[in-house]
Design a protein around this ligand. Structure first.
Ligand code: 5AD
Ligand code: SF4
Length: 444
């Protein structure tokens, strides 16, 4: 029996696609391998949103050359996802030992492409647009109790820095009945937490029903009885009052929102073509906090976009401080070929961008630590993920606000047995990036 190993880069959509790739390969008779060294097929599911992920991919793919020229000439290497979609045949020019290249719209073709590559000739197939949603394919969930469910694919926004529209295509929404039917099946299969996925979930339905209907979708999905409902990613210009009201009304929707702001300066937001001002962003945050006072907020921020002055950067710091994000993912701008921003002059020198990035990272760390400190002493219903990667005597769990909690594994219990269960936890200590806690007994 042949075995496979998948290495995934990038966003949650890619993690979901990898679960579908695993499902397809297992339906075709492959079994999971414990690592790349022993696998018959190695699949790279790739990301090209930033240069770093791109470079890491080509680095890892070329390090496998030794495997092929060494003892394992028959191992097949497949490169799929966003880099496959963008580079197509050109992947072979950079890494001639790759056997299969596929894209974001044709993961269902992978088993056939692998069969074709067995003859010794590379097989490359890229489609320009997809007809099917990956969810129509079989899946092997990484965690049996959690499922990613795409509600839209692609993006119509064309932010100046972003490669996504060119690798994922225009936005397409899945019919509401299909989403609800899938979640109903997942709940019956024991799934406790569902994350609805899309590059911009808030505009869900615009292409299909003529107006965004994300709030209706949230209500319909909550009606399936799923215990915990999350969604990503939200675009600040499209998050509606109705969606905020649905988040506040529905107990299954977790009190956490990832709302990428990208920048704090109106000039840069305009150059980025984000479609909102800092004042509009702050207004949305105010509405969210009025409706859900304890909502946890995270964001994405880019430092060093072309033309960014020290005053623009100060506006980012100011906005981050004003919102007091619970967490932020921070990135140094990298020009992506083919995006409008790649042609902009007035680039920020690398050292300047790095120095600003370091100042922002320090602020983010302080805010995250302050936010975690406010949690100490609280009781939270936590979903247990399993043993921590570093220490098998420690459990990792998530609070409703998406904070990571480390807990000692109680004697007599197994991490595998507790994984996927929800337990009341008392938060005992705060650290910058996680909390410590212990199981609360019922006598509190
Ligand atoms: N350079 C740096 N960061 C980027 N992102 C997207 N494109 C770029 C780029 N060209 C960041 C944005 C986005 C996150 C997924 O990656 O902050 O929200
Ligand atoms: Fe990366 Fe964007 Fe592709 Fe996700 S959709 S893997 S973030 S390029």
């Amino acid at each position: 029996m042949k075995s496979y190993f998948i290495r995934t880069f990038g966003c949650q959509m890619n993690k979901h696609d990898s679960e579908r790739i695993a499902g397809l390969l297992e339906s075709a008779g492959y079994v999971p391998a414990c690592g790349p060294d022993v696998a018959d097929v190695i699949v790279f599911n790739t990301c090209c949103v930033r240069e770093t992920a791109d470079e890491r991919l080509y680095g890892q793919v070329s390090s496998l050359k030794a495997l092929k020229t060494g003892g394992r000439p028959d191992v097949l290497i497949a490169v799929g996802g966003c880099v496959g979609q963008r580079d197509g045949e050109a992947v072979l020019a950079r890494a001639a030992h790759v056997d299969v290249v596929f894209g974001t719209h044709n993961i269902h073709e992978l088993p056939a492409l692998l069969d074709a590559a067995e003859s010794g000739r590379p097989s490359v197939s890229i489609l320009e647009a997809g007809e099917t949603f990956a969810s129509d394919l079989p899946q092997v969930r990484e965690k049996p109790w959690h499922a990613w469910v795409p509600v839209t694919v692609g993006c119509d926004n064309h932010c100046a820095y972003c490669i996504v529209p060119s690798v994922r295509g225009p936005e397409r929404s899945r019919p509401m009945e299909d989403v609800v039917a899938e979640v109903t099946t997942l709940v019956a299969d024991g799934v406790v937490e569902v994350t609805l996925l899309g590059q911009n979930v808030n505009s869900y339905g615009r292409d299909r029903y003529g107006k965004p209907r994300f709030s209706e979708l949230l209500r319909a999905v909550a009606d399936t009885g799923v215990s915990r409902l999350r969604f990503a990613t939200s675009h600040p210009k499209d998050i509606s009052d109705e969606t905020i009201a649905a988040m506040a009304d529905l107990p299954a929707v977790m009190p956490y929102l990832h709302l990428p702001v990208q920048h704090g300066s109106n000039d840069i937001l305009k150059a980025m073509r984000r479609g909102y001002t800092r004042e509009e962003y702050l207004l949305r945050v105010g509405k969210l906090r009025d409706a859900i006072p304890d909502v946890a907020l995270s964001t994405d921020i880019i430092v060093g976009f072309p033309g960014e002055t020290e005053a623009d950067f100060a506006a980012t710091l100011d906005l981050v401080e004003r919102v007091a994000f619970d967490h932020a993912f921070t990135f140094i701008y990298s020009a992506r070929e083919g995006t409008p921003a790649a042609a902009l002059a007035d680039t920020v020198p690398r050292e300047v961008a790095q120095e600003r990035f370091d100042r922002l990272a320090a602020l983010v760390r302080n805010l995250s630590y302050a936010s975690n400190t406010r949690e100490v002493g609280s009781f939270r219903e936590c979903l247990i993920g399993g043993a921590s990667r570093r220490d098998s005597a420690v459990l990792g769990a998530r609070t409703p606000h998406n904070r990571l909690v480390h807990l000692p594994l109680p004697t007599g219990e197994s991490a595998a047995g507790l994984a996927g269960t929800t337990r009341l936890v008392r938060i005992t200590a705060a650290h910058p990036w996680f909390l410590s806690g212990e199981f609360a007994d019922d006598s509190r």
